[in-house]
Design a protein around this ligand. Structure first.
Ligand SMILES: [Zn+2]
Length: 473
């Protein structure tokens, strides 16, 4: 065999093929305890919780907190409900004083409600929805600029005329715009009562599961989203300052409606947004959430969106991204803009079967992540990926640090122009692996840690170091 032919032959047998894929892949195993936890999510309880939550006149952050049916009473009810749910939950207010907030007259006190289920390790996995609501005027708001741009929309005359998807009109500083009355009715059943009760129901099922999780789980209902992600931003900054190890954050905002404003119905899918670039921690988390959502809730599909959020819209996950944390945003597949940010965001717009399915998808990902070892570290102390070409110059050689609790590892790879992993192989309890004749410039590789029971971590990808402006060749 001539040299060239021999090379071709070796390449043909060694370059990963679908048969190798089939050999090396066993679908991650279903853990019956997680399946039971997922199945215990109750449509009825979601409905009971939302009935009560949306019965408060308003949960507007700028409204009078001393009103018996206002934001102060609503957050106290959430606190009390979480407290009586399980003695295992450590419930507290995460309070932040703000001297001003857009759309509010004077200073305000923000209170996120936090329920912590302690795990064996301090690494944290969050699920959240924002409990605050807003009414921008009669008939709701077509544009429905949630989150970061909401305050601008809330205080801009004619905001309701803005078409969905249009960028918010800027111009005037907030102080010159009129402040709408924050005390008018704002039921906020879907935005974001849906994400709030989803987080509260998950607090119950995780606390009652009897499972001893490795990670600490945090169920958080967030304040001040509509004024510009204030509650999430304050918590994220505090977490960064105090070096709290937030490993993952599942945010749910407007996740209860299955009928869009154009009449289209979709109760079988949910959108999941994540900040890029490709292989960012948030993208890796989104892929993970889809993988384990499909394993435990095959009747429900997570649709990955390779973008931070929708056009002109924002959500709390972005406030976490701003501090460098992995955070993803779930959004119902078909929104009804005419029901958002108005008096008609009422409970009749929420499909509880759909909301429960969305809760199950969250639970599957969170439970798997919380039982799995932490993702392997695939960088050296200088932050460079520990991947090389071996002495041959033509092989892909991957190294990683052992993850505590791992009994083995699974290596993933894909073409460098592909959005998702295409191949995977279980490689056993090793901390390096070589793919002969695979050029590291042409493929993206990643590795996940797996424990003895088969719980798999998110994938740590080998990412090209950021380019410096003068780097050449
Ligand atoms: Zn919202």
């Amino acid at each position: 065999m001539c040299r060239l032919a021999r090379f071709a032959f070796i390449a043909a047998i060694l370059i990963p093929t679908s048969s190798l894929h089939a050999q090396g892949t066993s679908q991650p195993a279903v853990d019956p305890r997680i399946a039971k936890l997922v199945a215990s999510i109750s449509e009825e309880r979601l409905q009971q919780l939302l009935q009560k939550l949306s019965s408060f006149k308003t949960r507007n952050t700028c409204s009078d907190p001393s009103s018996p049916d206002g934001v102060g009473a609503a957050r106290q009810w959430i606190y009390d409900e979480l407290k009586r749910t399980s003695p295992k939950l450590q419930v507290s207010f995460d309070t932040h004083q703000l001297s001003s907030a857009r759309g509010c007259a004077g200073s305000i006190e923000l209170r996120n409600v936090v329920a912590i289920l302690p795990g064996k390790t301090p690494r944290r996995i969050y699920v959240s929805g924002h409990y605050d609501s807003v009414n921008l005027g009669s008939g709701g708001q077509q544009a429905s600029n949630s989150g970061a741009t909401a305050a601008a929309a809330a205080t801009r005359p004619g905001a309701a005329a803005q078409a969905p998807g249009e960028p918010p009109a800027g111009g005037q500083p907030p102080a010159t715009r009129p402040i709408r009355d924050p005390n008018i009715p704002a039921p906020g059943a879907n935005d974001d009562g849906s994400g709030t009760v989803l987080s509260m129901e998950l607090a119950r099922v995780f606390a009652e599961s009897g499972i001893d999780f490795d990670a600490t789980l945090v169920f958080m209902t967030v304040a001040g989203e509509e004024q510009g992600l204030l509650g999430a931003a304050a918590h994220a900054k505090m977490a960064k300052d105090q070096k709290i190890p937030i490993e993952a954050w599942f945010n749910n905002d407007i996740v209860g409606g299955s009928r869009g404003g154009d009449g289209t119905v979709d109760s079988a899918t949910i959108r999941l947004y994540s900040e890029g670039p490709e292989d960012s921690p948030s993208r890796s988390l989104a892929i993970f959430a889809q993988r384990f959502g499909a394993l435990y809730v095959p009747s429900h599909q997570v649709r990955l969106m390779a973008r931070r959020d929708r056009f002109s819209r924002g959500g709390d996950h972005s406030a976490l991204n701003d501090q460098g944390f992995a955070a993803i945003g779930f959004r119902e597949s078909r929104e009804n803009y005419s029901k958002q940010h108005g008096p008609n965001d009422t409970i009749d717009g929420v499909d509880f079967r759909y909301l429960a399915q969305n809760a199950r998808v969250n639970a599957a990902g969170m439970a798997t992540l919380a039982l799995a070892p932490p993702p392997p570290v695939v960088t050296n102390t200088r932050g460079q990926p520990t991947i090389d070409r071996r002495t041959s110059g033509y092989d892909a050689h991957l190294r990683w640090q052992p993850s505590p609790g791992a009994a083995g590892y699974r290596v993933f790879w894909r073409n460098a122009w592909a959005p998702d992993w295409q191949r995977e192989i279980a490689v056993g309890n090793v901390t390096e692996y070589t793919f002969p004749h695979m050029n590291i410039d042409d493929w993206v590789f990643g590795v996940a840690a797996v424990d003895a029971a088969g719980h798999e971590s998110a994938v740590s990808p080998y990412v090209l170091a950021a380019r410096t402006p003068d780097s050449g060749s």
